[in-house]
Design a protein around this ligand. Structure first.
Ligand code: ASP
Length: 419
């Protein structure tokens, strides 16, 4: 059975188990499903374990085989340009939907206060974490690692990517034996990582079952009622961005049939949905790009790790709608200037969000502050936390698909897409 079918079966079985536990009121079953979650976490740890060796080796092999530095600059420029363009497009779509649907105008003050109270302590913890986030200047400086080994040890992917790209570029300038030796070594590391991924992926259907069952069992269905319009607005936005904007770009810029593209990337999408993490999905994203989409390693190995860290179309769209929603609930007017500010700050917030679960809700604070909602941070986040998990899972799909469409575009533009 194909991997995506296996994962889908695990996912559906997990949803069924979680819904049964929730609706039947069987507290024992709920507790059992939630208790199984560590099994799923073990799986995520296993797959995340490969990310550092995989990112380092695939970037070094990819970048060094690009040849001249001009080509590296061209490919990097295309990728960054595409990432920025699609991020802004996602935010504009999110804003348009929020203005059209006005999800925040449907919540009365009593519901608002009840929700805010229910999640107050969790929201306080999230905003605490956000306030520890460094300033923009430090973030930019932080891209240059003082010590690449420490960056790897701390799982700081952006500095690690920076080091790997410049190191790979230097390897590309070597000649003869020394170049071959280095490339062969890192190729071997990347091949061994692929073998490991294959082993771990055999566990995917079971892990997906456990992870989804626990999420659904814990999910409060009563919450969904009051936040339904908001959640559906985000989901519709994500679907439109993926199946209209990105599909169009796949057709126009990569000359691929979008339906075929989405079919080939089905396993990646299911996996992103379950893990809520672009980083944990990265090993599968890389493998899918090379094996199923025919994108050469030299391009995928560079464009995809970068995308997993900085490109988050889904997160950007979600942040635009979430800020508008919170503003509407508290009756804060959002004029054109404020919405333009959202375009800029949500772009930065999405770039700054790490590819891990719930990262987007933390950097949302940057956007809230930029439009004068700084005083509403904790209560605003408390309001939307109840449905955030499902939105996180869904926006992660769009984040990862955005990266893959970029890799396909870059490969096609270089005349190297072999499907
Ligand atoms: N979970 C998302 C990701 O890993 C980030 C977010 O929270 O929006 O792509």
């Amino acid at each position: 059975m194909a991997l995506h079918v296996q994962i889908l079966v695990g996912l559906l079985a997990g949803v069924a188990a979680g819904v049964t536990a929730n609706l039947s009121g069987a507290d024992g079953l709920r507790a059992a499903l939630v208790g199984l979650e560590p099994v799923g976490s073990a799986f995520i740890r296993l797959i995340t374990m490969i990310v550092v060796p995989l990112v380092v080796s695939s970037i070094i092999v990819g970048v060094s085989s690009l040849g001249d530095l001009k080509r590296l600059g061209r490919i990097g420029g295309k990728a960054v340009g595409y990432y920025l363009f699609t991020t802004v497009a996602a935010i504009v779509l999110g804003l348009a939907l929020a203005n059209l649907v006005k999800p925040g105008s449907r919540i009365d003050a009593a519901t608002r206060d009840a929700l805010a109270e229910q999640f107050a302590s969790e929201a306080a913890a999230q905003s605490q974490r956000a306030h520890q986030a460094p300033a923009l200047k430090d973030t930019l400086l932080g891209i240059i690692p003082r010590n690449p080994v420490r960056a790897a040890a701390d799982f700081e992917l952006l500095p690690l990517i920076f080091f790997s790209v410049v190191f790979g570029a230097a390897v590309g300038q070597l000649r003869g034996e020394s170049q071959r030796t280095v490339i062969q070594f890192f190729s071997g590391v990347s091949d061994a990582a692929a073998v490991l991924i294959g082993w771990i992926m055999r566990l995917a259907p079971y892990a997906v079952f456990v992870l989804i069952a626990a999420v659904v069992a814990r999910f409060g269905f009563d919450l969904l009622g009051s936040l339904l319009v908001y959640a559906v607005t985000v989901l519709v936005g994500l679907a439109l961005h993926q199946f209209v904007t990105l599909a169009l770009l796949v057709r126009l810029l990569a000359r691929l049939d979008p339906r075929d593209f989405f079919r080939r990337t089905a396993a990646v999408q299911l996996f992103a949905f379950t893990t809520s993490s672009s980083n944990a999905t990265l090993p599968l994203t890389l493998e899918t790009a090379e094996r199923r989409l025919g994108i050469p390693k030299s391009i995928a190995g560079f464009v995809l790790p970068l995308g997993a860290t900085v490109n988050m179309n889904g997160t950007a769209l979600y942040q635009a709608i979430a800020v508008m929603f919170i503003a509407q609930i508290y009756g804060a007017p959002m004029d054109l200037a404020a919405q333009l500010t959202i375009v800029v700050t949500a772009t930065l917030a999405a770039i700054g969000a790490a590819g891990v679960p719930a990262a987007g809700i933390i950097t949302l604070i940057i956007v809230l502050e930029s439009v004068g909602l700084g005083g509403r941070i904790e209560s605003g986040i408390a309001l939307i936390l109840g449905v955030d998990r499902i939105l996180d899972m869904s926006r992660t799909i769009v984040n990862v698909i955005g990266d893959l469409t970029c890799a396909a575009f870059v490969a096609h533009s270089e005349g190297e897409l072999s499907t």
